[in-house]
Ligand binder design. Sequence first.
Ligand SMILES: Cc1cc2nc3c(=O)[nH]c(=O)nc-3n(C[C@H](O)[C@H](O)[C@H](O)COP(=O)(O)OP(=O)(O)OC[C@H]3O[C@@H](n4cnc5c(N)ncnc54)[C@H](O)[C@@H]3O)c2cc1C
Length: 494
Amino acid sequence: MNSLQSQARCPLFYTGLMLPAGVTERIAALLGPRGYLDRIEDLTLYEYDGSVDKHRPDLVVFPRTTADVAAIAGIAREFQVPFVGRGAGTGLSGGAIPREGGIMVAFARMNRILEIDIENQRAVVQPGVVNLDITQAVQESGYFYAPDPSSQRACTLGGNVAENAGGPHTLAYGVTTNHVLGLEMVFPDATIVETGGKELDLPGYDLTGLFTGSEGTMALVSKVTVRLMRKAEMVKTILAVYESSEDAGRTVAEITARAITPVAVEMLDGVMLRMVEEATHAGYPMDAAAVLLIELEGLREAVEEQVEQIREACLVSGAREFRVARTPEERDLLWKGRKNAFGAVGRVSPTYYVQDGVVPRTKIAPTLHFIGEVAREYGLTISNIFHAGDGNMHPIILFDARKPGDLDKARAAGEAILTYCIEAGGSITGEHGVGMEKNELMAKLFSPETLDMIRRLKDLFDPDNRLNPGKVLPTGRGCLEIRQAPLTAGATIY
Ligand SMILES: Cc1cc2nc3c(=O)[nH]c(=O)nc-3n(C[C@H](O)[C@H](O)[C@H](O)COP(=O)(O)OP(=O)(O)OC[C@H]3O[C@@H](n4cnc5c(N)ncnc54)[C@H](O)[C@@H]3O)c2cc1C
């Protein structure tokens, strides 16, 4: 068997039809009657995440401690059953979907902040802690937790670590891996391992970095040590309004040319603006083709000077209006529009498909143009809202899953856009992960040798391929063919 064939291997021992006899009893003995769900109507609530795929788990379990997680991994190993971690299920690449069925380990009850160490700017949390809760716990002391996915009111630290989540403020502060200093993890053989800690740079390999972004395919995270950051003296939030989205795209390059790094540069196109404004009344112009939401932070004098430089960069690129929020309330309103955008889309379209391509900043304008062409070609509405400062594009493809063929069209349009991103020198994911949505595209991005290295790493920690199988690496067609027969009624693999 060559390496690519072995990537496509499936846990043939497990059919997905039902759990082997004895698994549920062992879980019940471990967690008690309220520690798991096994009725179809309950399991159905866990068959999806924020992406477009679905597959139902056979059992959802709710550990409270690391020892519980290790015992669950031990049961999964004993019965040779696949298992997958789940935080809030906001993932956008199918990461938390149990592609092979089996046990879902839901971290909702491991949601305690274990320690806040303001003097050393550290916090230690369980994986089910919601991202925003960390900032809310420390903000009165003048600190915050920097990675701020737009889903931060719901998504969990375990999910953030697995996906190496970013957010609007990634541009200046970096992504999750830059703020996670230590992990406690449970491996598929049920061993518990700690990496890193409160210290900045421990000797040896950067194991914490290796597992951050591994999409829950190598280990389950049971504890996270994070860095806390001090709030800046001054924050300025700016709204720049444009008649053309290409002009907004050019502004990003103009800002870079002036050697300024705002903490955030977010872009919303005209389609998105109108949906967001109708839903949130954030004060966005309904008639514009695009806006940029730009944020600067730092010492007062430096920020005031940078506001003027940014004004110049916007006007020279064709901005028709340049607005600086005058009060914290105005600033919150501008961000309210951005952070509630996906909800706004949900009011207009019954289903939508969020893409996560990355292009060099200088290629934003042509990429937006290409996305427009794809929308016309497939007869779909595609709106854009994205982290423009990083070139991390989020085209949102609106479709109606109830209409035959619509989902296929949305998938084909998404793939065309991601292929364009690769050809433009970018990538198929900036922050949402590969999951089961983009794993077949990995072969377009990486050489066979690189894919083989990723597979060998996965094999090292999960030799039986039971932890979150069928994710990240291309599976080929073998798995689907094998799975078709045993699928239970109601279980769907698109
Ligand atoms: C409206 C909206 C806006 C979003 N905005 C952003 C954004 O700005 N930036 C961004 O990066 N993402 C964004 N996302 C995507 C998503 O919120 C992130 O990927 C987030 O990190 C997922 O966290 P979660 O707790 O929901 O994880 P889930 O969706 O439950 O799981 C995601 C992955 O993490 C794994 N996992 C979960 N917990 C553990 C654990 N304890 N140990 C090991 N693996 C685990 C799962 O198996 C799965 O592979 C957005 C999503 C939505 C719906």
